[in-house]
Design a binder for this molecule. Structure first.
Ligand code: KMT
Ligand code: NI
Length: 171
């Protein structure tokens, strides 16, 4: 894992966009974003049990697996959104970036690799992209049924109760 402020330079979303301003795991935790290194799936199981996660699946995001819809999916994942539930991702192979908004509405980019696990809290604005290698295999964990409806950023979302409690919890 490596986190840094995103630079908005022109160019593909899959490039690094590294501004050179790095961000610590401690700072991420203040945003309610938790990072864990999990060398084995047993470590993931422990976190899942602690947080009462009951279900999981695996996804491969790559042109090989997705064919023609790959580019479309990658653009979709990159739309800024929030969820009304936590989002846990565990990287099994490949790389990807989760971008999360800081309190000043700047993007913090989190680069994930194999054995990285990330918990994004409900109500945080974020987006995802693969990197220029166009390959990631990830485990998606969920408490009950998948409740991943992305709510795309819009002014009225500031009244969403999950958004409000996120802001209260991180104030
Ligand atoms: C997400 O939440 O955007 C995804 O699940 C993307 C694929 S998992 C790395
Ligand atoms: Ni999401």
């Amino acid at each position: 894992m490596r986190a840094y402020y995103y630079n908005d330079d022109a160019g593909d979303q899959r490039e690094d966009h590294d501004s050179g301003r790095s961000v610590s795991a401690d700072y991420l935790s203040r945003l309610g974003v938790f990072y864990h290194r999990c060398p084995s799936v047993a470590d993931v199981d422990e976190i899942a049990a602690e947080r009462s996660y009951k279900n999981r699946d695996e996804i491969i995001v790559s042109p090989d697996k997705m064919g023609d819809v790959y580019e479309e999916k990658v653009k979709m994942f990159f739309n800024e959104h929030l969820h009304e539930d936590e989002e846990i991702r565990y990287i099994l192979d490949g790389n990807g970036f989760f971008d999360v908004r800081d309190p000043k509405d700047e993007w913090v980019r989190i680069r994930l690799e194999k054995e990285d696990l990330i918990v994004l809290p409900a109500g945080i604005f974020h987006r995802f992209t693969t990197d220029t290698k166009n390959y990631i295999k990830a485990m998606r964990l969920f408490k009950d049924e998948p409740k991943w409806t992305p709510l795309n950023r819009a002014p009225d979302l500031e009244n969403n109760p999950h958004r409000k409690s996120y802001l209260q919890n991180t104030a």
